[in-house]
Design a protein around this ligand. Structure first.
Ligand SMILES: Cc1cc2nc3c(=O)[nH]c(=O)nc-3n(C[C@H](O)[C@H](O)[C@H](O)COP(=O)(O)OP(=O)(O)OC[C@H]3O[C@@H](n4cnc5c(N)ncnc54)[C@H](O)[C@@H]3O)c2cc1C
Length: 332
């Protein structure tokens, strides 16, 4: 018997894992707007520029990492932290929080391991523009082609799903309002990684963790990989400097001493500027982690909305993306 055709929109963690879970029962294809897979998971120069961490209580992502044969290592927290106070730098012993872990080789390892398991390769550069119901089928239009499916799964951040895709019949105003209120997790963030030849802060008894209200970086962490020394920081939302790179190096030198003055490279990704992640509504920083989780369908249940923000547990996080894919696979 011919399998039902399912098109998955978005090749982030939710979309790819959904495809892996569904592909034995359905004829599955993934359409991705960018020229790369991974969505908010991205590495440049071997450094994670999107997510870095998973935590010990996040059972589903940990299970997936193990199943895919990937290895974890602990975030470095050994040593004192620094506080970038207006009256001078202060060193302090940060309270020990929940242990966090990173994937050896970076988070894109997770994406490429999932992609290797796909029966059909992801279709890149296929930004979905519209969905229309046509008798029993859904006709999906991208920038370069038309596709037909029995069901469509949308794994975009909810605000993007309503702003960038046209629906015929149109979404109800209550669904539009519901999805519009769901902020894209980290859609306002910018991350900066500064690479060095050595992790000199470790030699000086510092963990690499720092907090600053002066900026440009607000929260700084050790970002060393197996073969590279680095610090990373989230850029303050109000950071406006004529020469951003110079200001960051100046700040790190203030905090970690003169060995910080000569980095090998500085990488920055401003997620607000990523048209396939963030909407203008997402540019305002969130004061806290929103309570995520929703269920939404359209076109007689043939179009399903998923993605990390749809997960009731750990929504917004990588764990939420995995939970969303598992929930979706069980519901079909
Ligand atoms: C700076 C930063 C730091 C983070 N830190 C952490 C962390 O340490 N730990 C953690 O657990 N989580 C963290 N997160 C969150 C984590 O990245 C997300 O939870 C996860 O990657 C979301 O996966 P997703 O598949 O649901 O969504 P996405 O990754 O956003 O995937 C959606 C996909 O849809 C594609 N797309 C968009 N529009 C279209 C269209 N019209 N047509 C086709 N495709 C389209 C996108 O290109 C993308 O590939 C962080 C995120 C950022 C940005």
């Amino acid at each position: 018997m011919k399998k039902e055709k399912i098109l998955i929109v978005g090749a982030g963690l939710s979309g790819l894992y959904s495809a892996v879970l569904l592909q034995d029962l359905y004829d599955v294809e993934v359409l991705e707007a960018r020229e790369r897979t991974g969505g908010r998971i991205l590495a440049i120069g071997g450094h994670d520029m999107g997510p870095s961490w998973v935590w010990g209580h996040q059972k589903n992502i940990l299970q997936l990492i193990q199943t895919l044969g990937l290895e974890l290592f602990s975030q470095n927290i050994k040593g004192l932290s620094v506080y970038d106070a207006p009256e001078g730098v202060q060193k302090f012993k940060a309270p020990v929080g929940a242990a966090s872990y990173r994937i050896k080789g970076g988070l894109p390892q997770l994406i490429s391991a999932l992609e290797k398991r796909l029966h059909t390769p992801v279709r890149l550069n296929e930004k979905v523009i519209s969905l229309a119901q046509s008798e029993e089928k859904i006709v999906l239009k991208t920038v370069s082609a038309y596709h037909e499916a029995d069901k469509v799964i949308i794994t975009l951040p909810p605000r993007l799903a309503i702003e960038s895709i046209a629906y015929s019949p149109a979404l109800s105003s209550s669904l539009v309002s519901q999805l519009q209120h769901i902020a894209t997790w980290m859609g306002y963030a910018a991350k900066c990684v500064v690479e060095y030849s050595e992790a000199f802060w470790r030699e000086e008894g510092l963990s690499g963790f720092g907090v600053s209200h002066l900026g440009p970086l607000g929260e700084i962490h050790d970002a060393c990989t197996e073969d590279k020394a680095a610090l990373f920081g989230f850029v303050h939302s109000y950071a406006k400097f004529d020469n951003f790179e110079e200001a960051v190096i100046g700040q790190l030198t203030r905090l970690y001493g003169k060995r910080a003055a000569n980095p090998l490279a500085v990488y920055v990704v401003d997620w607000k500027k990523e048209q396939f992640t963030s909407t203008t509504l997402d540019h305002t920083p969130l004061k806290e982690h929103p309570s995520y989780g929703f269920e939404a369908t359209h076109m007689d249940g043939k179009v399903l909305f998923a993605g990390t923000e749809s997960a009731l547990r750990e929504g917004g996080y990588l764990e939420g993306a995995v939970v969303s894919a598992i929930k979706l696979a069980k519901s079909l």
